[in-house]
Design a protein around this ligand. Structure first.
Ligand SMILES: NC(=O)CC[C@H](N)C(=O)O
Length: 197
């Protein structure tokens, strides 16, 4: 992205919280568009992988022939932001995933699906995120946590001792859903990363 051009952010639109991310980005004045085909990955400055169902998203990456182009983009340094299922899709490995579920390996981490347990399927928690000047409310819905993070992974937030927000280079992931509600500071953090921050 040249410093003078406005960033264009794609939202992977296979399943899940696509509209919420498009709305969040639009309300920050960013050009955001849904991505359903490999050709739509071209000329993006960043990609968001929404919350939803990671088994479905992983499967559709193959069905719709998006995996190669997306992996290539990520390896070439395309900034990415995954929330909840998106965090799982960005991981190197998945615990409690479907046996055939293949993530993208954009962050050197192992995530555990549905890690907080069935009794607490959904909850909200005040989360202190490194880089934000005050805690934000994290909405957790059948959320994963990071079970293992490699040396290059920066843990930005934890809940009950488990990492729930991480960054590796220009890839950001949260176990909760910053696209729900009107606190868009993590989207702003991602946009700063897209601009080279
Ligand atoms: N809210 C979510 O994105 C839930 C994630 C879901 N449990 C999965 O495994 O993909």
């Amino acid at each position: 992205m040249s410093p003078t051009s406005d960033p264009v952010i794609g939202v992977l639109a296979l399943q899940g919280d696509v509209e919420e991310h498009l709305t969040a980005l639009a309300s920050l004045g960013v050009l955001a568009r849904p991505v359903r085909r490999a050709a739509e990955l071209a000329r993006l400055d960043g990609i968001v992988i929404p919350g939803g169902e990671s088994t479905t998203i992983c499967r559709l990456l193959d069905v719709l022939d998006l995996r190669t182009a997306l992996t290539g983009g990520l390896q070439a340094g395309l900034p990415a932001f995954g929330s909840c299922a998106g965090m799982i899709v960005l991981a190197r490995d998945i615990l409690d995933g479907r046996p055939d579920q293949r993530p993208l390996g954009a962050i050197d981490m192992v995530v555990r699906r549905n890690a907080f347990g069935r009794q607490v399927d959904s909850f909200e928690r005040s989360v202190a995120v490194a880089g934000l000047d005050s805690p934000m409310t994290g909405v957790f819905i059948r959320a994963p946590w990071v079970e293992e993070a490699g040396p290059g992974v920066e843990v930005l937030a934890e809940v009950d001792g488990h990492p729930v927000a991480v960054r590796q280079g220009s890839v950001l992931a949260t176990a909760f859903h910053p696209e729900v509600g009107d606190d868009l500071r993590l989207h702003e953090m991602f946009l700063a990363m897209v601009s080279g921050g």
